[in-house]
Design a protein. Structure first.
Length: 66
């Protein structure tokens, strides 16, 4: 499954790399929301996917800090 491979790749990264990826995902989410507001977004399901990816990144970061 795609999400398990993504999760495994997240767990292999350091906290600094995860933080960089989190910032990039939040920027992407902002851009998707902006595109959605001006009716330029074709794939609205991408917003949900990015939100879940942000949650996955934050979960892995929390696990690594402990």
């Amino acid at each position: 499954m795609k999400s398990t491979k993504y999760l495994e790749s997240l767990q292999a990264k350091s906290v600094a790399e995860l933080n960089d990826e989190l910032v990039a995902a939040k920027k992407e989410l902002f851009n998707l929301r902006f595109q959605n507001a001006v009716n330029q977004l074709d794939n609205t399901a991408r917003i949900k996917e990015v939100r879940k990816n942000i949650a996955r990144i934050q979960t892995v970061m929390t696990q690594k800090v402990r």
